[in-house]
Design a binder for this molecule. Structure first.
Ligand code: SF4
Ligand code: SF4
Length: 325
């Protein structure tokens, strides 16, 4: 694996060079003061000392709403969007893990054509982070789930390429780089995460669910902002001309309309839906995919309007270090 060093003074040149590989996007403050991944008109907009964006980069691969199909009587057209080449710069390891999880869901066995097209057009450049009090993760670490990873050092970054795209960027930026013999080791597990070893057994009947139910407003923010939540609904929008459009939109298991059947919803109360999301995530999806479906980004706590912190459930339970996918 190629290892090179980029000094801080060369970072602006490096960022400009990335534009040759696609439209440059990164973490920035939008006009409402919200941190988000967005196109960078100027590299000075980049916010590198950020904790987390409100919406994770899953929006690039699995958009909030997308057309799947357009049809007329006797014919149809699959509306696959071949996204333009995009370089996503400054993605933290937890969000890279989130994308690796979505890859597992959408690219394995029966690849989803819309996701595949978008995934192929995105170049991922990861960067090391500094966990804060909201993080669930296993501490700062390097991640290989990207094309190129930048590990912060005192006066710049150690770079490691993890794909042909990453190698190509490193080669193009050779004039800004210095070869290094130093091995880029992931930092040790600093704040060992608090994921439970046997959540179903321990937490199904935990009294805290009743406390959470009193304040949860079923807004669904914890699912929207989660980098691994991917529930969706597929809707038909017929036109008066006889044809129509099939659209895929994000759905949300915190909503009473999610999973509704004739006669109502099997999870009619807020408590049931909140507990379902937690148990399904840890006990359902994780064993099914072989990867943890909580990457520890901390968004569900930070963006919950009533400050529900599921980590309270874990406080008196034995915990396990989450393995990096
Ligand atoms: S469950 Fe919460 S901490 Fe875990 S990945 Fe989702 S938003 Fe992040
Ligand atoms: S963000 Fe908070 S209030 Fe909204 S559904 Fe999730 S736990 Fe409930």
């Amino acid at each position: 694996m190629a290892k090179t060093t980029l000094k801080n003074t060369h970072l602006p040149h490096f960022l400009e060079l990335l534009r040759a590989f696609g439209e440059l996007h990164g973490p920035m403050l939008n006009e409402h003061g919200v941190l988000c991944f967005a196109p960078l008109a100027s590299t000075s907009e980049l916010q590198l000392n950020y904790s987390r964006t409100q919406i994770p980069p899953k929006k690039y691969l699995f958009p909030f709403r997308e057309e799947l199909l357009q049809y007329q009587k006797g014919s149809y057209r699959q509306a696959i969007t071949h996204g333009s080449e995009t370089v996503l710069f400054g993605v933290h390891p937890c969000d890279l893990d989130g994308i690796a999880y979505l890859d597992q869901v959408f690219l394995n066995e029966q690849p989803d054509p819309c996701y595949s097209a978008r995934r192929a057009s995105v170049t991922l450049i990861g960067i090391s982070c500094q966990p804060d009090d909201f993080c669930f993760c296993s501490g700062p670490r390097a991640s290989a789930a990207c094309d190129l990873f930048l590990q912060a050092k005192e006066d710049g970054y150690s770079l490691s390429a993890h794909s042909a795209k990453g190698e190509a960027i490193s080669a193009a930026a050779a004039e800004f780089m210095a070869e290094t013999a130093e091995e880029m080791e992931p930092a040790p597990c600093g704040s060992c995460n608090v994921l439970p070893q046997d959540p179903q057994l321990r937490f199904s009947d935990h009294p805290l669910w009743h406390k959470f139910e009193e304040t949860c407003v079923s807004c669904g923010a914890c699912s929207v902002c989660c980098p691994t939540c991917y529930c969706f609904d597929v809707r038909e929008y017929p036109s008066l001309s006889g044809g129509g459009t099939r659209v895929r939109e994000w759905d949300n298991c915190l909503f009473v309309t999610h999973g509704e059947v004739a006669g109502g919803n099997f999870r009619a109360t807020r408590l049931e839906r909140l507990r379902y999301r937690f148990l399904h995530k840890y006990c359902g999806f994780t064993p099914l995919t072989g990867m943890t479906s909580c990457v520890g980004c901390g968004r569900c706590k930070e963006f919950c309007p009533v400050h529900i912190d599921l980590r309270e459930l874990f406080q008196d339970a034995p915990t396990a270090c989450r393995s990096t996918p």
